[in-house]
Design a protein around this ligand. Sequence first.
Ligand SMILES: [Ca+2]
Length: 405
Amino acid sequence: MTSRTTRAVVAGLSAALLGGGTAGAAPPRSREPILLDTDFQLSSPSDDALALLLALQSPELDVVGITTVAGNETVARATSDVLRVLEIVGRSDIPVYRGAGRPLAHVAGAWERASYGRWHADGEAPPPPPGGFARKKAEAGTAADFLVRAVRARPRELTIAAIGPLTNLALAMRQDPGFAAGVKRLVIMGGAVAALPDGAGNQTPNAEFNFWVDPEAAQIVLRSAAAIQLTPLNPCRKTNLTQSWYERIVSVETPVTGLVRDILGPQFAADARRRVSMYDEVAIGSLIDPTLVKTRELYVDVDVHHGIDYGVSVGGDERWPGAEAARRMPVQYDLDWPRFAELLVQRLTAPPRALSALRLSAGGRSPAPPGSCPPRSRACRGGRPSRARSAGRGRPDNAATPARR
Ligand SMILES: [Ca+2]
């Protein structure tokens, strides 16, 4: 595809997203348009990457925009890594907007730096993703501006899947008081609810990573008028991806399974008995098939006091003193893991949806070939990054380092 054609496709899709598309540009009604807000990274923990692939490979969902935020890594790395993944799977038509590089108020102290290794927002220029940086850059403008614009253009039509710290969402809500009510639904991977089974935290004893990184943002979002569905740590603790599930996925060769091999292969190579936990994938899975999870309606709020419970989410059947502004929402507490794993295998091994998706959205124009690589890239073989390049990078999931999502 020529750069001119690429620009035409992107322009068409952006117009469709913002409500100005021409005939044939709108996605089919049966596919739910979603925006993904993510602290993306390709090295472990890579649940954002697997969640994105699951969404892209699912006919129920239509990923119409991605916003990045600092969390697992810097926002610069989140942005460059997600752009590269989109390039590998032939979905560079999806616009990516760079978001907040730091939380609203949470400043790193000695404990944050010591427990995390370094503060998530600190960092130098991001390392090149496997195969090198994507040719396409992030769109101009901020994530919050884009979110506000997109929701105003399609009120109560867009679902947002927020799978990182909630800084971008809080900024959008501050910017536009009508933003929260304009979102069709907002699924959030975040928090841990002690009133439900498996409700311990993973950053402090009771705080989950995404909420702990930006507690003030989490409180703003949870207290908003948005129709929230919460995926806390509780159901995620039912996940248990063993090597046999992994082998089923990578037994099929596509750019998507190649990425899965790059992400999970080194972990199983290091320990064949490893059991990989999943987090952001559960939030996406619950959008694809709500019957995979059990939910319970609770009032949920987040502690923003700088004490022992900073960033802790608390859920209860009724409001309680200090949580008068809490809102009631469906909270997931259990997951049908075998059925979820089957869904994951089925979707990730399906033929990549890039071609059909682009034909639907862009009037039949030819997309960039899936798995395209920068010219003369030694790290890129056969349409996907080499295993050697990424093997051993990052920290393994479920390792001794604190869990973060
Ligand atoms: Ca995440």
